[in-house]
Design a binder for this molecule. Structure first.
Ligand SMILES: Nc1ncnc2c1ncn2[C@@H]1O[C@H](COP(=O)(O)OP(=O)(O)OP(=O)(O)O)[C@@H](O)[C@H]1O
Ligand SMILES: [Mg+2]
Length: 558
């Protein structure tokens, strides 16, 4: 345990599977010139067999000896062993007692990260927080193939991290071509991402067209029927109207094993459904008799239909939806005309006029009450695309090895808004669709990147399917606990640093990175637009006039 000649400077005083305790009598002597010593620095601990244990410093403390001299106690977490120049995770094979403790050399740490991943699979978007010279690559194939979660309090750097990762992904190329084969869909709830991706396929409530007729029966019910009223008449008549109209518009033939039903993905005209229900609400039935006397003598005798007057609230509700200009993207004329192919081209950036790696779907204008079904509809279309594309590939070539050669990443900002733990009806649609991708998407080339301020509020089903995590500054103890549970016991203490992370600093962990590491995410090239309003700067300016007529025009815009 002799570090520098005669002088005993650092000695290992205890070894546990998850902790090594080291006593140092003089910190100045212990550090190497160019390597500074701090929490997060790496140590190398050698044994007689010349296996090297690499450990990360977790904390320092000072003990005062009887003679008044101070000892510095360093506690470090063992990360893995370097044996024959190769780094292996896990630190339980060190021969005891260890012989020597030193600060790990920079090139040693570089080589751990560099050799952990084949060059062709390396994808790098961060460097070690304790030493910016050391890049931390992830295995890009594993990283994107399994789901990714980015968590952190507001302002910790999540949106910038998403931008950095995606900007790098669209720029990775194996040849000299313009567009690579990356395919990303971002659900952008705060209109942040168009500035980060100026070349993206930008969809918002003004140009997005979604076919309502692809909604599932649950979603149609949620959208059009007042479920709280629990009115069976409404459900029954709506279903009948939809199925009948689907039949009328269907050009093929129904057969014994093929019947049009409430869930069939075929067109129906919502205005005709409204018409049908309005008629039922005012239906009078001719009895075939005539009045023989009185005021109405000679007139036909009629009775009210069974639903006469009972559907007035429902008709009003339907009219409000069908004529709501905010819902044009879903129920307007274009939604009736759009074909299945056009829907997918639009969502995947395959438009004839413009091909794009990234599609940004700006959801800021989507009314809250249809947000969940909008997200669910898009997510399901993409999932099913993956599913059928795989089926097609295999039927065309049974030898096929790759399920999907056009794999897609779906990015959900503020994921707790679509996939919360809550079982409330209003979240059901998006939750079901995204949970399905979380569970099965990987097989079909559809994976998830979820970003959230509140990891403890996200559906467990979804989180448990994520394999790679970027945990940024987290101040809420429940959320910290959540991340702590993801870590192996031996590394639990790393999370103690989480509340003090700087913007862009993160704990990167998962099966795509050789070691859980505290990193600084690279800056993105063009940033997402910040929602920060410089209050004081603006208030200090001269009084501004307000143009109310223009605001009114915007407000009433059809
Ligand atoms: N990698 C980074 N390096 C340096 N600064 C960064 C980095 N990432 C983010 N920042 C800074 O941190 C601030 C907040 O970043 P960002 O908007 O990405 O946070 P956020 O976690 O998405 O917040 P919110 O939850 O409110 O959306 C920005 O002003 C940005 O400049
Ligand atoms: Mg953000």
């Amino acid at each position: 345990m002799n570090l520098q000649g005669e002088k005993i400077n650092a000695e290992v005083i205890s070894v546990y599977p998850n902790k090594v305790k080291i006593s140092v009598d003089n910190l100045e002597d212990f550090r190497i010139a160019e390597e500074s010593l701090k929490v997060g620095s790496y140590l190398r601990i050698l044994d007689n067999e010349n296996a090297i244990l690499i450990a990360i410093i977790e904390n320092f403390s000072i003990e005062v000896r009887d003679d008044g001299k101070k000892d510095y106690i360093i506690e470090a977490n063992p990360l893995g062993m370097i044996i024959d120049n190769e780094f292996i995770r896990g630190g339980d094979s060190i021969a005891i007692p260890p012989k020597k403790v030193e600060i790990a050399k920079e090139d040693e740490i570089v080589s751990i990260y560099e050799h952990s991943i084949n060059d062709t699979e390396k994808f790098t978007f961060s460097s070690l927080s304790s030493n910016g010279n050391i890049k931390v690559p992830v295995n890009g194939n594993r990283f994107f193939n399994k789901h990714i979660a980015i968590v952190g309090s507001t302002g910790s750097g999540k949106s910038h991290t998403v931008s950095t990762i995606l900007q790098k992904a669209v720029n990775e190329k194996i040849g000299d071509f313009d567009l690579n084969n990356s395919h990303i869909i971002i659900f952008d709830i705060h209109s942040e991402y168009s500035s980060a991706f100026p070349k993206a396929n930008l969809l918002d409530i003004n140009n997005l067209v979604l076919p309502y007729w692809l909604l599932k029966s649950d979603e149609l019910t949620e959208l059009f029927i007042d479920t709280e009223a629990n009115d069976h008449n409404q459900k029954y008549i709506f279903k009948e109207a939809v199925v009948n109209n689907r039949r009328e518009n269907f050009s093929g033939h129904e057969k014994e094993n093929f019947r049009i039903h409430f869930d069939s993905p075929y067109f129906f005209d919502i205005n005709k459904v409204l018409e049908f229900i309005t008629k039922k609400n005012s239906e009078v039935i001719d009895t075939g008799e005539v009045y023989k006397s009185g005021d109405k003598k000679g007139q036909k005798k009629t009775v009210q239909g069974s639903l006469y007057g009972k559907l007035t609230n429902f008709v009003n509700r339907l009219e409000n939806k069908v004529y709501d200009s905010r819902l044009k993207f879903l129920l307007g004329d274009k939604s009736k005309q759009i074909t299945f192919e056009e829907t997918i081209e639009q969502l995947l950036g395959y438009k004839q006029t413009q091909k794009s790696n990234i599609t940004v779907i700006d959801l800021s204008g989507v009314p809250f009450e249809v947000l969940s079904i909008t997200v669910s509809l898009i997510s399901r279309i993409i999932f099913e695309y993956g599913y059928y594309y795989k089926r097609m590939r295999y039927s065309q070539n049974p030898e096929e090895k790759i399920n999907n050669d056009i794999p897609i990443l779906m990015v959900y900002e503020e994921a707790h808004k679509y996939v919360p733990k809550s079982d409330l009806l209003k979240y059901r649609a998006s939750k079901e669709a995204i949970e399905r991708i979380a569970k099965e998407g990987r097989k079909y080339g559809v994976s998830l990147l979820l970003s959230s301020q509140r990891p403890s509020e996200i559906s467990e089903t979804i989180f448990s399917q994520c394999n790679n995590f970027i945990a940024m500054r987290l101040t809420n103890p429940n959320d910290q606990l959540y991340v702590k549970r993801l870590l192996p016991d031996t590394l639990g203490n790393i999370t103690d640093r989480m509340p003090t992370f700087k913007a862009g600093e993160a704990l990167l962990l998962g099966d795509a990175v050789v070691l859980p590491s505290i990193v600084q995410i690279d800056k993105c090239t063009t940033p997402p637009s910040s929602n920060d309003i410089p209050y004081l700067d603006l208030w200090k300016e001269e009084w501004k006039n307000l143009n109310l007529p223009d605001i009114k025009t915007e407000w009433y815009k059809q």
